[in-house]
Ligand binder design. Structure first.
Ligand code: XMP
Length: 322
């Protein structure tokens, strides 16, 4: 009876054999895929595995700290790089969504590569680069190669690495589907906070701030998003939706607070149900819930005086707004 724990032991054995006495690095985001790879590598080669966490400055509130703490608790020490300044600099004044993606993708690769080369100088035997590529990613990039030119939206975590890297690529999940990866993660002891986490796009909050990205806009959006997610969890709704998040709109609207007229930002809340992200329905969240969340946001986040809820499905809309 071929079980997940047999699979897990077999993958660990293969990794140990392949990497041998060398060292292996990984861009660890705290998402399910890279987290499962991290667990496998840790079990396979212990501290000859070096996970690199790049803080883009575009993550959710407290995310870097939480990822570091979670892995610390699992015995895995993260090599942390704060590159947020650099990301804000390359995004300065950029409005076009694909341009944002392109710049973030390139900057991420540059930062990661520089860090990898530093580690290589420190330890001569950093020979392997692990990636959380899944079977659908393999298929998707094969299809994309075939019809290059007919681009819809670029997803920067797919096939974004430069060619002739001085590392051998290790992809322990390349024959697995997402649900199998989750099951594997469970067997390996990953907590629900990682296994049941909503998907988060590589370009992060940059594609949830319509228009130019600034540090102030990110901080504001992080606060709004945090309230929304916190409330979804406490109302028991978080696990019932595929993804939920807030979007900062580039317009201001008039409001009233006490005796004063306000002229401030609008945020949109988005929550969808979906099987795979390819199609999605807007989530019919209870009105009392939405009411409660909207009140909290307007009361607690300075600079927001209006909250709207997105009621379009995919298609024709996409899940993200950019
Ligand atoms: P859309 O907006 O295309 O999103 O309906 C479908 C799923 O993909 C995620 N997404 C991205 N993930 N890089 C990523 O890694 C990206 O550039 C990107 N754009 C969208 C989105 O969050 C949803 O889960």
């Amino acid at each position: 009876n071929w079980s997940m724990s047999d699979l897990s032991e077999e993958l660990i054995r293969q990794l140990r054999e392949r990497i041998g006495g060398g060292r292996v690095i990984l861009a660890l985001s705290g998402g399910v895929d890279s987290s499962v790879v991290a667990m496998l590598l840790h079990r396979a080669v212990g501290n000859r595995f070096i996970p690199i966490f790049v803080n883009t400055g575009l993550l959710r509130k407290n995310e870097p700290e939480e990822v570091i703490r979670t892995f610390d608790g699992l015995g895995i020490k993260i090599h942390y790089v704060d590159a947020s300044e650099r990301f804000f600099k390359v995004l300065d004044g950029v409005e076009d969504p694909e341009e944002k993606r392109k710049r973030i993708g390139h900057t991420f690769i540059d930062v990661f590569y520089e860090e990898a080369m530093k580690l290589r100088e420190l330890y001569g035997d950093v020979k392997y680069l692990a990636q959380g590529t899944l079977y659908p990613d393999v298929i998707e990039s094969k299809v994309a190669e075939r019809k290059a030119g007919a681009k819809i939206k670029t997803h920067h975590n797919v096939g974004g690495l430069p060619e002739n890297l001085p590392f051998e690529i290790v992809e322990p999940l390349r024959y697995l589907f997402k649900d199998e990866v989750r099951a594997l993660g469970k067997v390996l002891g990953l907590p629900d906070s990682i296994l049941k986490r909503h998907p988060f796009p590589g370009p992060g909050l940059a594609v949830r701030i319509i228009g130019p990205v600034t540090r102030e806009a990110v901080v504001l959006l992080q606060e709004v998003d945090h309230i929304f997610i916190q409330e979804l969890k406490s109302w028991g709704l978080y696990d019932q939706v595929w993804q939920a998040f807030a979007v900062l709109l580039p317009i201001k609207t008039v409001g009233v607070m006490g005796d004063y007229r306000t002229y401030e930002n609008v945020v949109a809340l988005r929550a969808v149900t979906s099987e795979d992200g390819m199609t999605a329905d807007w989530a019919k969240l209870p009105h009392e819930f939405l009411n409660h969340v909207a009140k909290r946001i307007v009361n607690e986040v300075k600079g927001v005086n209006r909250v709207v809820y997105d009621i379009t499905s995919k298609p024709p809309a996409t899940i993200e707004w950019e």
